[in-house]
Structure formats: structure tokens, C-alpha cells
Design a protein around this ligand. Structure first.
Ligand SMILES: Nc1nc2c(c(=O)[nH]1)N[C@H]1C(S)=C(S)[C@@H](COP(=O)(O)OP(=O)(O)OC[C@H]3O[C@@H](n4cnc5c(=O)[nH]c(N)nc54)[C@H](O)[C@@H]3O)O[C@H]1N2
Ligand SMILES: Nc1nc2c(c(=O)[nH]1)N[C@H]1C(S)=C(S)[C@@H](COP(=O)(O)OP(=O)(O)OC[C@H]3O[C@@H](n4cnc5c(=O)[nH]c(N)nc54)[C@H](O)[C@@H]3O)O[C@H]1N2
Ligand code: SF4
Ligand SMILES: [Mo]
Length: 578
């Protein structure tokens, strides 16, 4: 029986058994058997079966000839290598070796989780994975800006029998089943964490021993949270003060796990939001104890000696301007749909000679000058980490495909054509990762795996947790318009698979299913077809990630620290047009 692992950018990293079709692996300790819509329909989405030049089919070797010729004529610093997360396998990064040697510009930062990651590093030093075993041992699970039913469904069985509290501006499926749902105003998580901390402080319920032994700067934190006035802050958050007080009390008396998602940090102050949630947890001593902890999208690079790490000149991913480059080489990404501010992205790509190395004829491939078909995850060797649990998945090659090329084969070919040396065999790279893992029966665990993370130390300079004590935030909540919520869709993986192109609105807008609206923001406009959704707040509209229009509205900006896209740092106006 052959096994592999789902390649998609997803918390779960499901183990897959290859039988007559792709099936879930019942033996896997976390993913335990079932796959989601995307993997169950993987073969319904046709893979590219040819290279294309200016829209015409050409052979793979002709495509590589054209690329070679173009690259040789171009100044290396005018070439951008833009790599996305269409496939989460480690071997995606092999192409960095070629482009760095060639002298191209690579990217730094993220469209995804870099803001939150930094917030965690500032407090704890490292963003370790919270093992599922600790979730299992907890009593209270706070699902904070994570839509686990859609994005992390294999964690659901671990929540059985726990008290579940959801903090989300949308009444998500998990919110409907939860003991409590705080349907907060979007972008007020920092204030909520602050109010919870205030209640804990007023009741003298902080974990004094933990604060004394394991943290620093608590006094500054205590002063900082006092600068938020209770009545006006609770009013801003938009939920009942009694609910906040109740949650603060639950957290004091139960073993608590907080599962923080991407939703809280798509903002300019995303780093501070996540650090504030961490600070609340530290105040209650929720680190380094059984059944406790805060899990975000964990950092899989911790303790990993990465053979594919390279030095290169880099530009910020969220605001990369394709128009500044003579050649844009896009791999495993569909920036026309997934990058903020689609109009700017399209205009940039029109100016650049665009090469897409991917598996689908997606929107970016359709506008590309040259398309190079990649092998899919079944057709090449790889290994992947999960950011949601402690297991690492091996992905051996299962089938052949003569019409496409793997990232390793592409790199090898380019090394040859450019006379570069130093590329090792594919097997050596994968072994390099594998040898760092901890074996657990048939499966592997992360090199940074700690059964109870931070039980010995934090990884800051002083080895202590470092509390937050200031925030810079100039967002104007009073600006006219609706908050734009843009989370993940159940049937798509960002721009891949079955997408949803509707704009969801609250019934109070008096719009009806099928109405057409023009939506505008300070950054752009687009037309959408409406669907009414009672689960929203009156002040919000929602369009899922992968929606073909939503990123026409989003800001071409990064967060306060310049690391991450800020898809939700915007308000939108809607007008019915038909
Ligand atoms: N089915 C599916 N699964 C996926 C993906 C996919 O596209 N589809 N994408 C994968 C990727 S790339 C990632 S990064 C992860 C992310 O997955 P999640 O961490 O679940 O992140 P999102 O779906 O972006 O948003 C989660 C929740 O945040 C809520 N939210 C929005 N704004 C706010 C706010 O201001 N405060 C709070 N508290 N909540 C808010 C949304 O309503 C939503 O329910 O999912 C991965 N898994
Ligand atoms: N509005 C809005 N926009 C968002 C988000 C949001 O929540 N809202 N989320 C953001 C987040 S968190 C993320 S992570 C990004 C993700 O955005 P992207 O990085 O663009 O990822 P995908 O849309 O999943 O994949 C794009 C392409 O990857 C290619 N691909 C798949 N497998 C392979 C492979 O094995 N090899 C190669 N070479 N190519 C392959 C396919 O051709 C596919 O079209 O989107 C971001 N954009
Ligand atoms: S997308 Fe996520 S839930 Fe679906 S099969 Fe892959 S890892 Fe599992
Ligand atoms: Mo992501």
C-alpha cells in the first residue's frame, strides 16, 4: 500500500493512501482517514499538459530554450523569482538555488502569516507548533479568528468534550456549535484581548509565579492595558461586557488552549494583535503547562537546517511590482487572484515578460508570455511539514508524467544550461530534511517538536516571555462603509479548485440573492453578484479568498513592520447596479 501526503497549503497535511483513488490514511495519528473536498476532487481539475508561448502550444524543450535565451539576454537584477504556496512541499524551494546563483531578485515576507509570526517571536522567541496532544488534554478551547470547519477540519475530533468558545465576526459553523460565540466587530481583537486581561488583572487572577519566573516587562503590560478605557473599548468591540467577563473567568479556571487563525492579523497591526493574545495567555500562565498553550500557524523552519535556504536580493512579496522587472518568473502562485490589488498586479504583469511555472491554466498563466507545466505532487518526490500539527509527511513519486517537469528537473536543466555547479541529487536534499526528523512509528515528527512547548524556556534573548507594551494603530473605524472580511473557502484552496465569486451581505442591506452591486474602496472597485448571509454582522460584507474580484478592493500595502499583506485593512461601499 503506497502512502503520500496532501501537498496543499493547509494546517492538516493529511496522510493519503493510494488505492483505486486518493483516500485518507486511517492510521495517521492526526488526520485519521478522511480527506476534504479538494483532495476528493483533485483529478477533476485538469493539469496543464503542454507548455505555451504567446498562447500557442509548444514543446517543453522549446519553452526552456525560450526561457534560457531570455534570461541570458536580461540583466539578472531585472528578473523576479516570485514563488507562492500552491504546493507546500519543501522541494518547491529548489528553484531558489538556480535563481539566486543567476542573480535574480527573490521575495521576502508573506501574503499569509508573517505579521502574526513576528508577534509570536517578539514574545516567545520562536513560534512552536502546539501539539495535538495538548489540545486533547485541554478543557477550554478558544477558536480565535480561525474557521476550523473549513480550514483545519481534522482538528475537530480533538475538540470533542471541551468547552469551545469562538471569537469571530462571522457566525461560522463552529461558532454555531460552540458554548459561546463572541461575534466581535472586525479588527477589534487587540481590544478584546486587552479587556480580557483587564478583567483578569482586576480580579488579581494572574499567574503570579509564572509571571515572576518566566516573563519580563509585566509592569509595562499592566500599565499599557490600563490605558484602554473599559466602557468605550467594550463598546467598540461590540459584544456584551458580561460575555467578556464570563470568558475571562472561564480562562482562569480551566486548562485553556487558544487556536489563533489567520483572520486576526490581516491588518496593519497584525503583529501586535497576535502578540497581545499571547500576552493575555502569558499573564494566565498558559505556556509550558499540560493542556494549555496558544497555537497559530506554527513555524516549521524552527530547528530545521534547510539545505535550500539562499542569500539573495529580495523585495516584499505583498507589494512586489512586476512592472519593475523585465522578466517575472511566477511559480506555484496565481497573483492575479491572490495578491492584493489585482489591478496593479495585472498592469505590472502586462509590462513584464511573464513566465508561469504551474499546474493549471489559471488567470496568471492565461496572461503569461510563457507557461511551463509543472508535475503535480503525485509525479515527483517531496516532503512537507504541517503548520497545524507536529507531523511531517513524506511524498514519494507515484506516477509518471512526460508532459510536465518537476521543480528539481527544471533546476537541474537550468544549472546545466547556465554552466552552474553544486546541485546535489534530489534524493540528497530530501534525505537532508528526513534525517532531521524524529521517527514516530511509521510517521515522522518535526525537529522542533516539544511535547509541552516552552516548558523549559522561551527563546527570547533573556529566555523569558516578553509582554507587549505599546501599539501603533491609526485605522479609522468611523470611516463610512463595511468591513471587508475575506477568509478561506471550503471548496477552494485560495485560487485552486472550486471557488466562490459571490459577495455576501447582511439581510439589513435589503439586497437579495442575485442582485448585482458595485463595490468600491480607496484602492479600487469591482462588480459582484450578491448572496445574503445572516451569519454576518450588519457592519461587514464577505468575499472568500480565491474570489476573482475581491482583490481589486484590497490595499497594495504591508503591515506596520513591512512583512505581510493586509487584505482586511480596508472599508468598502456598496451600490446596487442591477
Ligand atoms: N478550505 C480551505 N482551507 C484552507 C485554505 C483555503 O483556501 N481553503 N487556505 C489555507 C491557508 S493559505 C491558510 S493561511 C489557512 C488560514 O485559515 P484560517 O486561519 O482559518 O484563516 P481565514 O479563513 O483566513 O480566517 C479565519 C476566520 O477569521 C475570521 N475573521 C475575519 N476577520 C476577523 C477579525 O478581525 N477578528 C477575528 N477574530 N476573526 C476574523 C473569519 O470570519 C474566519 O472565520 O487556511 C488554509 N486552509
Ligand atoms: N482576498 C484574499 N486574498 C488572499 C488571501 C485571503 O485570505 N483573502 N489569502 C492569502 C494567503 S494566506 C495565501 S497563502 C495566498 C496563496 O496564494 P497563492 O500562493 O497564489 O496560492 P494558490 O492560489 O493556492 O496557488 C496558485 C497556483 O499554484 C500552482 N501549483 C499548484 N501545485 C503546484 C506545483 O506542484 N508546482 C508548481 N510549480 N505550481 C503549482 C497552480 O498552478 C495554482 O494555480 O493567497 C493570499 N490571498
Ligand atoms: S487540503 Fe487540507 S484537509 Fe484537504 S486533504 Fe489536504 S491537508 Fe487534508
Ligand atoms: Mo496562507
Amino acid at each position: 500500500m503506497k502512502k503520500t501526503t496532501c501537498p496543499l497549503d493547509c494546517y492538516d497535511a493529511c496522510s493519503i493512501v493510494l488505492e483505486d483513488k486518493l483516500r485518507g490514511d486511517k492510521d495517521h495519528p492526526v488526520t485519521k482517514g478522511h480527506l476534504c473536498y479538494k483532495m476528493n476532487h483533485y483529478h477533476n481539475f485538469p493539469q496543464l499538459d503542454s507548455a505555451y508561448y504567446k498562447g500557442e502550444k509548444i514543446s517543453l524543450s522549446d519553452a526552456l530554450d525560450i526561457l534560457e535565451e531570455r534570461l541570458k539576454k536580461c540583466e539578472p537584477k531585472k528578473v523576479l523569482h516570485f514563488r507562492g504556496s500552491g504546493n507546500f512541499g519543501k522541494m518547491q524551494a529548489i528553484t531558489d538555488l538556480f535563481f539566486a546563483k543567476y542573480g535574480a531578485v527573490l521575495t521576502v515576507g508573506s501574503l499569509c502569516d508573517a505579521a502574526g509570526q513576528l508577534g509570536i517571536e517578539e514574545g516567545r522567541g520562536k513560534n512552536l507548533i502546539l501539539p495535538t496532544t495538548q489540545i486533547q488534554k485541554s478543557e477550554l478551547v478558544i477558536v480565535w479568528g480561525r474557521n476550523i470547519t473549513s480550514t483545519n477540519s481534522h482538528i475537530l475530533p480533538f475538540l470533542n468534550g471541551k468547552t469551545v468558545v469562538v471569537i469571530d465576526p462571522v457566525k461560522t459553523d463552529i461558532a454555531k456549535k460552540a458554548a459561546m460565540h463572541l461575534q466581535i466587530r472586525p479588527r477589534t481583537d487587540l481590544e478584546l484581548a486587552c479587556m480580557l486581561a483587564r478583567f483578569v488583572y482586576m480580579q488579581n487572577a494572574e499567574d503570579e509565579n509564572f509571571i515572576e519566573d518566566r516573563t519580563e516587562d509585566y509592569e509595562f503590560f499592566a500599565d499599557f492595558i490600563k490605558t484602554y478605557r473599559i466602557v468605550s473599548t467594550v463598546d467598540k468591540i461590540g459584544v456584551d461586557i458580561l460575555d467578556i467577563a464570563t470568558l475571562a473567568e472561564l480562562m482562569q479556571s480551566m486548562k485553556t488552549v487558544i487556536l489563533v487563525g489567520n483572520g486576526v492579523q490581516k491588518y496593519s497591526h497584525g503583529t501586535e494583535v497576535v502578540r497581545m493574545i499571547d500576552s493575555l495567555a502569558a499573564m494566565l500562565g498558559l505556556f509550558g503547562k499540560e493542556g494549555c498553550g496558544v497555537g497559530f500557524l506554527g513555524d516549521t523552519s524552527v530547528e530545521l537546517n534547510d539545505p535550500l535556504k539562499v542569500e539573495a536580493k529580495r523585495v516584499q512579496k505583498a507589494v512586489a511590482d512586476f512592472g519593475e522587472f523585465d522578466i517575472s518568473f511566477i511559480q506555484g502562485s496565481n497573483p492575479v487572484i491572490t495578491m492584493p490589488n489585482s489591478k496593479r498586479v495585472i498592469e505590472g504583469l502586462e509590462k513584464s515578460f511573464t513566465v508561469v511555472f504551474g499546474i493549471y491554466m489559471d488567470e496568471t498563466a492565461k496572461m503569461a508570455d510563457l507557461v511551463i507545466p509543472a508535475k503535480n505532487f503525485l509525479q515527483k518526490n517531496d516532503i512537507r511539514f504541517s503548520y497545524g500539527h507536529e507531523y511531517v509527511g513524506i511524498m514519494p513519486k507515484i506516477e509518471d508524467n512526460q508532459n510536465a517537469i518537476s521543480e528539481y528537473e527544471f533546476t537541474k536543466e537550468m544549472f546545466k544550461r547556465f554552466g552552474f555547479d553544486g546541485l546535489k541529487s534530489e534524493e540528497e536534499y530530501i534525505k537532508e530534511y528526513e534525517k532531521q526528523l524524529m521517527k514516530d512509528g511509521e510517521y515522522y515528527k518535526l525537529p522542533s517538536f516539544e511535547d509541552i512547548p516552552y516548558s523549559e524556556e522561551f527563546y527570547t534573548d533573556a529566555g523569558l516571555f516578553c509582554f507587549i507594551d505599546e501599539v501603533e494603530d491609526e485605522f479609522n473605524h468611523e470611516e463610512e462603509g463595511f468591513y471587508l472580511i475575506t477568509p478561506k473557502c471550503k471548496t477552494s484552496l485560495n485560487s485552486q479548485f472550486k471557488r466562490d465569486n459571490f459577495l455576501y451581505v447582511h439581510p439589513s442591506t435589503l439586497l437579495k440573492d442575485g442582485d448585482k452591486v458595485l463595490v468600491t474602496s480607496s484602492y479600487g472597485e469591482a462588480e459582484f453578484e450578491v448572496r445574503v448571509k445572516e451569519e454576518l454582522r450588519e457592519d461587514s460584507v464577505l468575499a472568500y479568498s480565491g474570489n476573482e474580484k475581491v482583490n481589486f478592493l484590497t490595499p497594495p500595502k504591508t503591515d506596520n513592520y513591512g512583512n505581510n499583506a493586509v487584505f482586511q485593512e480596508v472599508k468598502v461601499k456598496i451600490r446596487k447596479v442591477g
